[in-house]
Write a protein that binds this ligand. Structure first.
Ligand SMILES: [Zn+2]
Length: 290
């Protein structure tokens, strides 16, 4: 699943090529149309496919930014501003191409669900193999309240204070620390990969409860998360499963991961173990992480 660094990679590639372009035509896949008819809300959320197409035609992309694991397309039509919010789910990918054949891999070409034909003839394509991703057209962020409840961006000055205040709440005290740091209300954009890495780097067992870790320990953990997120952004993200940036490229962070997906601890050579935390497999070293 793409986490903050992977989404940042998509946004950095997408922003310069999407900016200033206007959508001329919108195509939605039969799969999405059929699912919407059954009331399942596949990919396009909170609006009918007909309304989505009508609304999106004529929209100019003013800017593309990232907020946590979301991509924000800042749009404008006839002087009115609105926001298309995209989440990549497990396997979502955006491509900026001239023709469908330019999309690098067949599996992405086969699962195109939203296609914007731009006024300049180019295509902006959303492909999603497993269809857990979403696009949501909003007037502004406040139209979808969960977006306002997200923790500050981890690189913002306020994020550490917010993290410490939230992680100290009674409701988190008995929860495994890994579950707490993967909670987007506590810190934005930290999923399974980077939570696993940060805990390993700090020698903290993922099952330890938040209440068992001192404020100083939590502060160090916060900075370890920020460091691993930044390292991954610099490496273009991790290419786990089907993450690609808009040029079909994958990052190299997976080669630098020290615990996620590892069978053997790179530090002590012990066989790694795993446990389920908040429904996700958590890999850790039984020797190094206490
Ligand atoms: Zn170890």
């Amino acid at each position: 699943m793409p986490e903050l660094p992977e989404v940042e990679g998509v946004v950095r590639a997408l922003a310069p090529v999407a900016k200033g372009r206007t959508i001329q035509e919108v195509t939605v896949s039969d799969t999405v149309i059929h699912s919407k008819q059954l009331g399942k809300e596949a990919i396009i959320k909170g609006i009918t496919t007909e309304d989505f197409r009508t609304e999106m035609v004529g929209m100019t992309i003013m800017e593309v930014t990232r907020r946590s694991k979301y991509i924000y397309f800042h749009l404008q039509k006839e002087g009115n501003a609105c926001l298309l919010v995209s989440h990549l789910g497990m396997t979502g990918a955006w491509f900026n191409v001239n023709t469908i054949d330019d999309i690098p891999e067949l599996k992405f070409r086969k699962h195109i669900h939203v296609l914007f034909k731009m006024e300049d003839g180019g295509l902006l394509v959303y492909s999603d193999i497993r269809r857990f991703g979403e696009v949501r057209l909003l007037g502004c962020e406040a139209d979808h309240p969960p977006l306002l409840k997200m923790a500050p961006e981890p690189f913002e000055a306020d994020a550490c204070r917010h993290f410490l205040e939230m992680a100290a709440l009674a409701k988190y005290a008995r929860k495994p620390i890994k579950e707490v740091i993967m909670d987007g209300h506590v810190i934005s954009g930290c999923g399974n990969i980077y939570a696993t890495e940060a805990l390993f780097n700090m020698s903290i067992h993922p099952g330890r409860t938040a209440g068992q870790i001192s404020e100083k320990g939590k502060k160090e953990l916060f900075h370890a998360i920020v460091a691993v997120l930044q390292e991954s952004i610099d490496a273009g993200g991790s290419s786990i499963s089907d993450y690609r940036n808009i040029n079909g490229e994958a990052g190299t962070m997976q080669e630098r991961l020290r615990m996620y997906g590892r069978k053997v601890c790179a530090v002590c050579g012990a066989t790694t173990e795993s446990m389920k935390i908040a429904g996700r497999t958590s890999v850790y070293c039984p020797t190094c992480q206490k």
